[in-house]
Write a protein that binds this ligand. Structure first.
Ligand SMILES: C[S@@+](CC[C@H](N)C(=O)[O-])C[C@H]1O[C@@H](n2cnc3c(N)ncnc32)[C@H](O)[C@@H]1O
Ligand code: SF4
Length: 346
């Protein structure tokens, strides 16, 4: 496993974009489907019966994902994160992990809602997965069931986290999206629950990704406010980032019992350090979470392009990249036709 803290010292020459940001991380969406309907991501009014998900032949095969990841690794990527939609819904996911694990010096991680992790943690770990991030927005069962809009209970996600811990997919990161008036009053409890366990809770400011979730700024709880609330009960001190491009601001408990993270993409955007490329389930290369379109890598894969030709195409996109939507967010950008998070891979 590669130590993420050493990512600035890797030997592959960095590919820089127009703002000098190196390409280091790849997020691959392995499916656009999900078994939850989190209202901030896939509201059932839009993603309910009748919504057309991608047909099987439009989704990248495991071979195609592996080819792309190998090419990205050759361009300096040192960490791949499997995401979606819900990645554990993709049939035979451990087989893909095993194929990716053949690529040298690559850290393999996954973001999941945890619903299937209890049974999948072991096969994934055995195939070569290094760590997982599990999304869990509240420990309050009624609130969690309502937020995932599938009546899915907290205890099954906690069992998935326990399975991840037991199989060494650690430290587990726990992602919680914060919505004012929905779950924010339960988040000190979430922090307290994982304090001292070695797991790292990361609070994510509710973002205006996509166009279907009815996002409103007044539902965003600024990270500084959340820190104050947690600090009042469990004193915290700020930590330095462990590597360039780390998305979360890190805070440690003063009593030495662990740390939490804050992902402040609304109130304190971190575009200047963004080292991430994203590939959608349909093989589009997207360079910003708030992007409006992608570059079609699937067409290149399927027309028989060589690895070098694929690398050249990716180089062309990355070196032209100058996105910094979160820093420019304003009235003028509000109505842009953004891609949905479930398609992009969060
Ligand atoms: C799109 S999900 C995909 C992986 C998996 N289904 C999961 O939920 O962990 C990835 C992450 O994006 C987060 N997310 C989705 N919509 C969001 C929004 N509008 N604002 C902030 N985070 C969001 C989710 O909470 C999750 O942690
Ligand atoms: S956040 Fe994850 S679990 Fe929730 S609807 Fe989106 S893809 Fe599914």
């Amino acid at each position: 496993m590669t130590d993420p803290t050493t990512l600035d010292h890797v030997d592959a020459p960095a590919l820089l974009d127009r703002l000098g940001r190196p390409l280091r991380d790849l997020r691959v969406s392995v499916t656009d489907r999900c078994n939850f309907r989190c209202r901030y991501c896939m509201p059932r009014e839009v993603f309910g019966p009748g919504f057309e998900f991608l047909p099987r032949d439009e989704i990248l095969s495991f071979e195609e994902i592996t080819t792309l990841t190998r090419v990205f690794a050759g361009l300096g990527v040192r960490k791949v994160r499997l995401t979606g939609g819900e990645p554990t819904l993709r049939a035979q996911l451990p087989r893909l992990v095993g194929m990716l694990a053949e690529i040298p010096d690559l850290d393999i991680t996954m973001t999941t809602n945890g619903s299937l992790l209890k049974s999948m943690a072991r096969p994934l770990a055995e195939a070569g997965l290094d760590r997982v991030t599990v999304s869990l927005d509240s420990l309050d069962d009624a609130i969690f069931r309502s937020m995932n809009d599938m009546d899915f209970p907290v205890h099954l996600v906690l069992e998935g986290i326990a399975a991840a811990e037991a199989t060494g997919l650690t430290p587990v990161k726990i992602n919680a999206v914060v919505r004012r008036g929905v779950n924010d009053h339960t988040l000190v409890d979430l922090a307290r629950h994982f304090k001292g366990t070695g797991h790292i809770v990361r609070f994510i400011e509710y973002m205006d990704v996509g166009t279907t979730n009815g996002w409103r700024l007044d539902e965003v709880v600024p990270a500084t406010e959340l820190i104050e609330r947690i600090h009042a009960e469990m004193p915290l001190r700020p930590l330095e980032p462990s590597y360039r491009g780390e998305v979360a601001q890190r805070w440690a408990y003063e009593d030495g019992s662990g740390e939490i993270g804050l992902i402040t993409s609304v109130t304190q955007p971190f575009c200047g350090d963004c080292t991430r490329a994203r590939v959608t389930a349909a093989g589009e290369l997207v360079t910003c979470l708030f992007g409006t379109h992608g570059f079609d890598l699937r067409a290149r894969l399927r027309d028989g392009s060589s690895d070098e030709a694929l690398a050249e195409a990716i180089r062309g996109v990355w070196t032209q990249r100058d996105d910094r939507y979160s820093e420019l967010r304003s009235e003028a950008t509000r109505d842009l036709p953004r891609l949905e998070m479930s398609r992009l891979g969060g």
